[in-house]
Write a protein that binds this ligand. Structure first.
Ligand code: ADP
Length: 626
């Protein structure tokens, strides 16, 4: 047998463990929930792989065992699940790949440990929570289908040892050398039968494998194993629902809401779904490792992360689906084409949308939390052809020029539309405050029209596709010519503008020649009220926001020239024209052109292509003005 080998934890793990060891988190009992959840997952995996690999099945009953050794203050949590190979052990318990870890650790550090307890709860730290209750932790594990076991040991000092070992059967045992009892700080006696039983009852009663413990006389199973979704709804307490959520989601925060539903008819299934209260840190990562939906068939676990049961724009939903009709050995490949699965999926989508609708109606505060965490994800559904866009539109909350403190629904927007207004006006940008003060909306707003502000990345994409809400089209106020007022009013405005354009012809041509590199047209506009100029895109051009998204994705995006619009009623524009008329070769005019263009970019929160030249011109002019 080889000698124990020393290994160092990845830096993030070191910090994480440090946080656990000194944790002020008061609900330390949850370490047991975390270990039992891990064991339950490991048993699920073994069962799933056993469906296709006979060599992994045995007659031994799958389960979890707690052994307490009060004399030596030790606690053992064992399972006969899938186990880990040496490499997996190093990978799983020595490194952390979870995105958001760095941010979490920084936040914990920045709060000086003060908010760390809350943060721990939000982040959830699984196995490492054992270091809240133990000074030293060992893991003895043997991967199913292999002969050798591995023994891992750490006292949380930044290193761990690994050594070849023996274990009678495959599975994993976590061995904890417990800290001294300190009930005031939430450290109870985890060798006490009663304490252990009550923790299991509280957090893990529904685990579908027996959790056994040696009682006074004999072995006892201490959990009821009752599938929570199969019990009559009024018998399940709120706390039980919450704990079940934490078990399946590995999230320590209470969910926002749950839906317990039964599908009857040609396809039968039960389902318990949850809407979390917080977005996981990796929600927008393409390969998001979400625990998502678990599939059961007649209460037998089949698989985790069953993505076929939930569309991508509802990927935040967690829960279980228990089908009456599927075969016990369905595979992922079969599921994709299974008619029953798509029927169940449709049903679940409807139920989730109904629940969101209910929250929106009955619990505005909760709904606002939901929207701020998951609104952008939900809107991704507007990109899918086979989804009901109206359902999503009806759940949408938007920032609006109507009121700068709250969000509005689309229905309320339509309700407030001015007589004769046919389209829904909107503008897309980096943030609400830039949009609120953007030149593009000045005239519209002062004329009593309302503009919606969109600031999520996904908005840029769905708004480019043709869509309607309540039979009204969308109209960007930053693109093309804005269509406002009655036909008569429009005609009148156009004649006025054409008239003025004659007076400004020289200046417009001059500016065009100066700024040719950046803009494709200079024209007068009626959309401005108090600003001198703004930039707009041509009706079908790519917006700067879209170009930025594509560039971030590593795509080559050609520079799209935009249109510079001037306000003929602005003093600056009038003075420029006068100066141009009297002294068209004046070098000030060139500087003015740069500044005019630069400030139009700044006004929409954009970046000036040549900030050094811009600020030099600005300083020169300021000096002259003083
Ligand atoms: P999480 O469970 O949230 O992924 P943990 O830190 O608790 O995070 O565990 C890390 C990984 O270690 C798990 O994803 C799993 O692959 C492995 N693991 C933990 N406990 C066990 C166990 N009892 N049996 C097999 N693998 C385990």
């Amino acid at each position: 047998m080889s000698k124990p080998k020393n290994h160092e934890f990845q830096a993030e793990i070191k910090q994480l463990m440090d946080l656990m060891i000194h944790s002020l988190y008061t609900h330390k009992d949850v370490f047991l929930r975390e270990l039992i959840s891990n064991s339950s997952d490991a048993l699920d995996k073994l069962r799933f792989q056993g469906l296709t690999d006979d060599s992994l099945t045995s007659d031994e009953e799958l389960g979890i065992r707690l052994n307490a050794d009060p004399e030596n203050r030790m606690l053992f949590v064992s399972d006969n699940g899938i186990g880990m190979s040496k490499e997996e052990l190093i990978e799983n318990l020595g490194t952390i790949a979870r995105s958001g870890t760095k941010e979490f650790l920084q936040a914990a550090k920045a709060s000086g440990g003060e908010n760390a307890p809350d943060l721990i709860g939000q982040f959830g730290v699984g196995f490492y929570s054992s270091f809240m209750v133990a000074d030293r932790v060992e893991v003895l594990t043997r991967k199913a289908g292999t002969e050798t076991a591995t023994h891992w040991r750490s006292s949380g000092d930044g290193t761990y040892t690994i050594e070849e070992a023996e274990r009678e059967t495959s599975g994993t045992t976590i061995i904890m050398h417990l800290k001294t009892v300190d009930e005031e700080n939430g450290l109870f006696d985890y060798t006490d039968e009663f304490v252990l039983k009550s923790i299991v009852k509280k957090y893990s009663d529904f685990v579908s494998y027996p959790i056994r413990m040696k009682g006074k006389e004999e072995d006892e199973t201490i959990n009821s194993m009752k599938a929570i979704w199969a019990r009559p709804r009024d018998e399940v307490t709120e706390d039980e629902y919450k704990e079940f959520y934490k078990h399946i989601s590995h999230d320590w925060t209470d969910p926002l809401s749950h839906v317990s539903v039964k599908m009857e008819g040609a396809v039968e299934a039960r389902s318990l779904l949850y809407i979390p209260a917080k977005a996981p840190p990796d929600l927008y990562h393409h390969e998001m490792s979400y625990h998502g939906i678990q599939l059961y068939v007649r209460q037998v676990f089949i698989m985790d992360e069953c993505k076929d049961l939930m569309p991508r724009h509802l990927r935040f939903v967690k829960g279980v689906v228990d089908s009456e009709d599927l075969s016990l050995n369905v595979s992922r490949e079969i599921l994709q084409q299974d008619r029953q699965i798509s029927a169940i999926r449709k049903f679940l989508v409807r139920k989730i949308m109904e629940e969101l609708k209910r929250l929106k109606k009955d619990d505005g505060e909760k709904y606002l939390t939901f929207w701020s965490e998951f609104g952008p994800v939900l809107k991704e559904g507007l990109l899918a052809y086979n989804e009901k866009h109206d359902d999503i539109f009806n759940l949408m909350l938007c920032a609006s020029s109507h009121d700068n403190a709250t969000l509005t629904t689309l229905a309320d927007y339509v309700e407030r539309m001015k007589e004769g207004q046919e389209k829904i006006y909107f503008m897309v940008g980096a943030n609400r405050s830039v949009l609120e003060s953007s030149p593009h909306i000045e005239k519209l707003v002062s004329d009593g029209y309302e503009v919606l502000f969109f600031t999520d990345r996904v908005d840029e994409v769905w708004l480019q596709q043709p869509s309607e809400f309540d039979e009204r089209k969308w109209q960007s106020v930053g693109q093309g010519e804005v269509d406002v007022g009655t036909a008569e009013e429009k005609e009148k405005a156009k004649i006025e503008l054409d008239e003025k354009a004659k007076d400004y012809d020289g200046l417009l041509q001059f500016l065009q020649s100066q700024l040719d590199e950046y803009i494709k047209e200079v024209r007068l506009s009626s959309r401005l009220a108090s600003s001198a100029a703004c930039l707009v895109g041509d009706t079908n051009d790519m917006t700067p926001q879209m170009a930025a998204i594509l560039r971030e994705m590593g795509q080559e995006v050609p520079v799209v020239k935009r249109i510079l619009e001037l306000n003929p009623n602005h003093e600056l524009v009038a003075s420029l024209q006068k100066r141009f008329d009297s002294d068209g070769t004046n070098s000030d005019l060139e500087e003015m052109a740069t500044l005019l263009y630069g400030q139009a970019i700044l006004a929409e929160g954009g970046e000036i292509p040549d900030p050094a030249t811009f600020s030099r011109s600005l300083a020169t002019l300021m000096a002259r003005a003083i």
